[in-house]
Ligand binder design. Structure first.
Ligand code: SAM
Length: 254
């Protein structure tokens, strides 16, 4: 999924698409701005095993989207360092990291239903207790469900690169999004992004470096932190000579 930027086979600029930047209602009311989303809703088959995991484990591990902050200590049943992951895909890295860091709690946000089912299946297979999942647009989740100064970390691994220039507006890592996200970190909390698309890596570096509340932990790109597993797509890309760039920034203390 992650290394084929054309994965959606979708034409976002098609006229009349629901994600158009503005909409003019037929009743003559003024046009109002629509948010440009970083994803398209893809039909995807949920396997039998994923469906079973959703039925059996969903009630315990899925947190429904709400328009008010969540009591995360209550949702996890404990008080522990808390990391938000945006766009976990099929959840393989999420599960591996959660298993390796049992003392931390992970809030995974993903819009794609088979991915949600896949992560629930991994939670069941590996008996993980430190993950909660929200199936919703991460931008709205951050706005509504996460209070400022409450996150110890944020992971954004291989966000959709939207490689055509006319689609760059859909990229997640842009100044307004980072300005929304950074205050959710505690002072000293980290934001870790990774991408295999050089042009997006450059954009990430520029955008994160320009956010005044963040500071880079490295000179430019960071070495891959040990906790981020190398995915099979990444391994294949590396074999083919493609690069991967990690960026790790911290929220400044003041
Ligand atoms: C290219 S995939 C990467 C998946 C995973 N992080 C990995 O490394 O394999 C990007 C994922 O982000 C999800 N996504 C994109 N924008 C999102 C948003 N605003 N809220 C939640 N999920 C989003 C997509 O559905 C997709 O599964």
């Amino acid at each position: 999924m992650i290394h084929d930027p054309n994965e959606t086979g979708y034409e976002p600029d098609a006229p009349g698409h629901a994600d158009d930047a503005t909409q003019s209602p037929a009743d003559g009311a003024p046009a109002f701005p629509r948010r440009i989303r970083s994803f398209v809703t893809r039909a995807g088959r949920v396997s039998t095993g994923q469906r079973r995991a959703m039925d059996e484990l969903g009630p315990r591990f899925l947190v429904p989207y709400t328009s008010s902050p969540v009591e995360w200590d209550a949702a996890f049943g404990r008080h522990a360092p808390r990391v938000l992951e945006i766009g976990f895909g099929m959840g393989a890295s999420t599960a591996e990291i959660a298993a390796a860091r049992p003392g931390d709690d992970f809030i995974g946000v993903e819009v794609h239903e088979p991915g949600v089912g896949a992560l629930l299946k991994l939670i069941g297979e590996q008996q993980l207790t430190n993950i909660r999942i929200i199936q919703h647009d991460a931008v709205e989740v951050i706005e509504q469900m996460i209070e400022p100064g409450t996150l110890d970390g944020v992971h954004v691994f291989f966000p959709d690169p939207w490689h055509k220039a006319r689609h760059h507006k859909r990229r997640l890592i842009q100044p307004p999004f980072v300005a929304l996200l950074a205050p959710r970190l505690k002072p000293g909390g980290y934001l870790h992004c990774a991408t295999d698309w050089q042009n997006y890596a450059e954009q990430m570096l520029e955008v994160l470096a320009a956010e005044p509340s963040l500071e880079n932990t490295a000179e430019g790109y960071a070495p891959r932190p040990d906790y981020r597993p190398v995915t099979k797509f990444e391994r294949r890309g590396l074999r083919l000579g493609h690069g991967v760039w990690d960026l790790v920034f911290k929220r400044r203390a003041t």
